[in-house]
Design a protein around this ligand. Structure first.
Ligand code: DGI
Ligand code: FE
Ligand code: FE
Length: 188
């Protein structure tokens, strides 16, 4: 699928603000793919489609998650988490994108998972550091991303968990597992 066709499909699903965010993730993901030797075309498409389901009604997302084999426990956590697996499902079904690596990068872009692929790491990180993001700690992660992908990713995951904990919000266990897996690998 070409960039322009993908952007046209996604634009209809998103607000202007979210579409601008998507363009930022796309540019950042392509740059990271170049830097770290990932498939630039896959990074481009995964980034374009990563928030495809962001504005779907909660009931629709719940139904889709219930219909799938994966992690039903997601339904007991913040509904902000639901658009990632729902997006992977709908991008395949509605946009006809069949590439499993791209679909997994969409599926795991919010909470990550243990043993993330290079493409999954790039999309998670690009989502966090794209130029439109402005929150405490983001510049530090941008600097780390120039040096080491895993170090930057750990900092991004850690910041997300700490942010939720500061607000006394529950943390989805998979986010902790993502953090633990990345930190253990750096020790080895
Ligand atoms: O969709 P975006 O806003 O671009 O970014 P995202 O897909 O990373 O989603 C961020 C939202 O997900 C944010 O509101 C916090 C929430 N979130 C991320 N990880 C967790 C989480 N919420 C809970 N409860 N637990 C998590 O581990
Ligand atoms: Fe998202
Ligand atoms: Fe996003």
């Amino acid at each position: 699928m070409e960039r322009e066709d993908a952007l046209k499909i996604v634009r209809e699903q998103l607000t202007d603000h979210r579409y601008q965010h998507t363009l930022g993730v796309m540019e950042t993901a392509i740059a990271l793919a170049k830097q770290y030797g990932a498939d630039e075309k896959k990074a481009e498409l995964a980034a374009i489609f990563h928030d495809y389901a962001k504005f779907r009604p909660k009931d629709e997302m719940r139904n889709i998650i219930e219909s799938q084999k994966f992690s039903q426990d997601l339904l007991h956590y913040n509904s902000e988490l639901w658009h990632a697996p729902t997006g992977a499902y709908l991008v395949e079904k509605e946009a006809g994108l069949m590439d499993k690596e791209i679909l997994d990068a969409i599926r795991y872009h919010t909470a990550g998972r243990p043993n993330m692929t290079l493409l999954e790491k790039i999309i998670y990180l690009a989502d966090y550091i794209e130029p439109g993001r402005h929150f405490p700690g983001v510049d530090e992660v941008r600097d780390l991303a120039k040096q080491n992908l895993d170090t930057a990713l750990i900092q991004a995951v850690k910041n997300t968990i700490l942010f939720l904990m500061k607000k006394n919000q529950p943390v989805y266990p998979e986010s902790f597992q993502t953090y633990n897996d990345l930190v253990k690998r750096q020790e080895d």
